[in-house]
Design a protein around this ligand. Structure first.
Ligand code: ATP
Length: 292
């Protein structure tokens, strides 16, 4: 058995709505998910010892239970009932606790990579079920591209990708707990929900203007209260020529969309040389669902 290399792509939410809270604490959502070209690299190697090992380039990241790459490897190998040992080398590039599904995409890449290594013992539907047991964003990360995610995130409808554009990513130096944001979300009759149906129409029509005008994230109402820098970054992106800007997921990462590449590069340079420079990236849409 040889080793395998995987790219685990980050996501942004072009739109994110929350419909309500279930008794078990999970929330019903309607989200437009989009894979982008920022990725972690994973190398999955068979090892002689009957062990599951994860290593990482970030010393503060747990490498045992609780690391979603480790949990995914454990789950897959247990389901397969194999004694084969595995080492996953994780090279993180996606910002942590950022609203970009960094852990979920690593889990998805481990499931897909191991399924390749073991010559496809599981169907895509089985991987979907394994993924969902690891986290609500993992099923989308298995699929990739552009999709509507409903239910708790697991009911996926693939969508056409938006027209090509540059995506500027800026993460202020704070980590946001997804749990905290959902727990502090207040839903009532006065809540103004993002226009998900309008976003679907715009995507299906390939209307860039329609997409940009429907960018919306209900969770901004919670996160921006605690982190005012999110609105500052959005305003700065618009001032630098972004066609639209939004917080991704539960934040604090902000993304800006640009059809004009020159403006995108100039804005990238301005942020890269500013106070958020260490976590500023210029990326694109990723259409392929997954590549190695
Ligand atoms: P989401 O958008 O799905 O809410 P996120 O980008 O906000 O995800 P992650 O980067 O996945 O958040 O990290 C959230 C927590 O998960 C971190 O506190 C981190 O310790 C833990 N974690 C577990 N496994 C990983 C992993 N492989 N990569 C990054 N974080 C991980």
């Amino acid at each position: 058995m040889e080793s395998i290399q995987m790219r685990a792509y980050a996501k942004i939410n072009l739109a994110l709505d929350v419909l309500g809270r279930r008794e078990n604490g999970y929330h019903d959502v309607r989200m437009i998910m989009q894979t982008i070209s920022l990725y972690d690299r994973l190398t999955i190697r068979p090892i002689v010892k009957n062990e599951r090992i994860v290593t990482s380039n970030l010393s503060f990241l747990p490498t045992g239970k609780g690391n979603l790459a480790y949990d995914a490897a454990n789950l897959f190998l247990d389901k397969l009932g194999t004694k084969q040992g595995i080492c996953v080398e994780l090279e993180k590039h996606i910002p942590i606790a950022a609203g970009m599904a960094g852990g979920s995409t690593d889990a998805a890449a481990v499931l897909l990579g191991l399924n390749e290594l073991f010559e496809k013992p599981f169907s895509p539907e089985q991987l979907h079920v394994f993924g969902l047991s690891l986290g609500a964003d993992v099923p989308f990360c298995l699929l990739g591209g552009t999709a509507l995610a409903e239910g708790i995130g697991e009911c996926l409808t693939p969508l056409p990708s938006p027209p090509p554009c540059k995506i500027l990513i800026v993460k202020p130096p704070v980590g946001v707990s997804t749990k905290f944001v959902y727990e502090n979300l207040k839903l009532d009759a006065a809540t103004v929900h993002p226009d998900i149906d309008g976003m679907l129409t715009a995507l299906r029509a390939g209307s860039y203007g329609g997409i940009v005008s429907r960018l919306g994230n209900l969770l901004e109402s919670v996160t921006t209260v605690h982190y005012p820098e999110i609105n500052e970054i959005k305003e700065q992106m618009i001032a630098l020529g972004a066609d639209g800007a939004l917080m991704s997921g539960s934040g604090p990462t902000v993304f800006g969309l640009f059809q004009n590449s020159r403006k995108a590069s100039e804005a990238f340079y301005r942020f890269k040389t500013g106070k958020y420079g260490s976590q500023t990236y210029l990326t694109e849409l990723e259409r392929r669902s997954r590549s190695r």
